[in-house]
Design a binder for this molecule. Structure first.
Ligand code: GLU
Length: 422
């Protein structure tokens, strides 16, 4: 999946931020505060695996900013997790939550290891030891983890259970809100699993309406067929769109007549990747990014569309379902070529928005119907999409800078009102 680039993700996040600061003319003090995360927690913890072997793991939790509410963001299990990556991802969560208008700051964390190589039992041990090592660096009013790449509701259930069991008996019930993205039975929300993909689709619809573009028959190329990519495929296919190309770390495939999203999901489940999918033509990664389509959906790792990939795109729009898939050069080329770009902090915010609904339900001991969650998500996504378009037009900038500008204004106002104590 990787293009071999060793670009520093945090530098990229800093440069995006600089561009936004320039656009809104922010003062030096705000720049200073927001340019570094507040806390960087790194833990090394031993786990006794089911084999009897004891292994050391390295875990991270980066807390970028909490001026607007508790730190919030996913936990990533991946062999490439590293400090500058989680710092960038935590920073993006701050802009994402501020833009979405939910009362959270930004955080992100994870463990550097490859979860595919471990059994469910070992994953449980690793997750519980990690949660124990983090201790009170997380908490329902302090820092609230959620799923990200390599993690899911089961991991969140174990995390919540471990955290709650470390608290006094009469406090345990209120601890469910320490983590979102849990399974329904453990206090998760209806609609949370599909929320990120669903939010991406709301953005695609909003874009199509503004353009007068008919989504019936629209051609999509999707990189990454995990939770986000597969849900985008499934929901878009229901609207009459065709998935003409897909790819993941195991291979890339094309079929201009359209691929069946449900069959792809089944294949991925059984084969742990797209590799060998029979009802399509196998293509290279280079061919994938040059495939004729209308909408390109990078829904995998960061740093996928750089200058070279951007030059070969044959689409009208790129929507960042993943975090940070397009680098600065890629973005410049995309803009020069007149291709629309919907940035990650807007496009994939459906996940954290429904995380917020889950947290509210936990705190209020409520459980909302799916329709209620879906309606609220759609209304909020549409609103922030329109606000971003308007801000970008007002400032004469791209949508990413427009989105950042909205977030930065909120942060500027909260620091203006609260000041720096003491
Ligand atoms: N990991 C997701 C993201 O990058 C969701 C975060 C959350 O729900 O807190 O936005």
């Amino acid at each position: 999946m990787s293009n071999g680039s060793k670009q520093n993700l945090f530098k990229m996040a800093e440069q995006q931020l600089e561009r936004a600061f320039d656009a809104i003319g922010a003062d030096a003090n705000l720049r200073a505060i927001l340019s570094q995360p507040k806390n960087e927690v790194i833990v090394h913890f031993p786990v006794q695996l089911t084999s009897g072997e004891v292994k050391m793991f390295k875990g991270y939790r980066i807390q970028h900013n909490n001026a607007l509410g508790p730190f919030k963001g996913g936990m990533r299990y991946h062999h490439d997790v590293h400090l500058d990556e989680v710092k960038a991802l935590a920073t993006w969560m701050t802009w994402k939550c501020a833009l979405a208008g939910i009362p959270y700051g930004g955080g992100k964390g994870g463990i550097k290891f490859s979860p595919r190589e471990y059994s469910a039992e070992d994953l449980e041990r690793i997750t519980r030891r990690f949660t124990h090592a983090l201790g009170d660096n997380i908490g329902p009013e302090w820092d609230i983890p959620a799923p990200d790449m390599g993690t899911n509701s089961q991991i969140m259930d174990w995390m919540m259970d471990t955290y709650a069991n470390l608290k006094s008996t009469n406090n345990r019930q209120t601890m469910r809100a320490v983590v979102t993205g849990k399974s329904l039975i453990c206090g998760g929300s209806q609609g949370r699993t599909a929320a990120t993909g669903q939010g991406v689709v709301h953005c695609i619809e909003a874009w199509a309406e503004r353009k007068g573009f008919d989504l019936d028959g629209a051609r999509l190329a999707i990189q990454g067929y995990g939770n986000v990519g597969s849900n985008v495929a499934r929901i878009m296919a229901r609207k009459g769109a065709l998935v003409v190309a897909v790819g993941d770390h195991t291979g890339y495939f094309m079929n201009q007549d359209g691929l069946n999203p449900a069959e792809l999901s089944q294949w991925v489940q059984v084969h742990r990747g797209l590799n060998g999918y029979p009802k399509a033509e196998a293509i290279s990664r280079e061919q994938f990014f040059g495939v004729e389509c209308d909408i390109m959906v990078p829904a995998a790792l960061e740093l996928q569309i750089l200058e070279e990939e951007a030059k070969s795109l044959k689409c009208q729009m790129v929507i960042e379902a993943a975090n940070g898939p397009v680098d600065l050069d890629g973005e410049r080329v995309i803009q020069e070529r007149g291709i629309d770009l919907i940035p990650d902090v807007l496009a994939n915010s459906g996940g954290v928005i429904v995380s917020y609904y889950e947290w509210l339900q936990n705190k209020r001991s409520e459980s909302w119907y799916k329709e209620r969650v879906e309606e609220k998500l759609e209304r909020r996504m549409r609103r922030i999409y329109d606000q971003t378009v308007m801000k970008a037009e007002e400032l004469g900038v791209g949508m990413r800078t427009g989105a950042y500008a909205i977030a930065l204004e909120k942060l500027k106002n909260v620091y203006g009102a609260r000041g720096l104590w003491p």
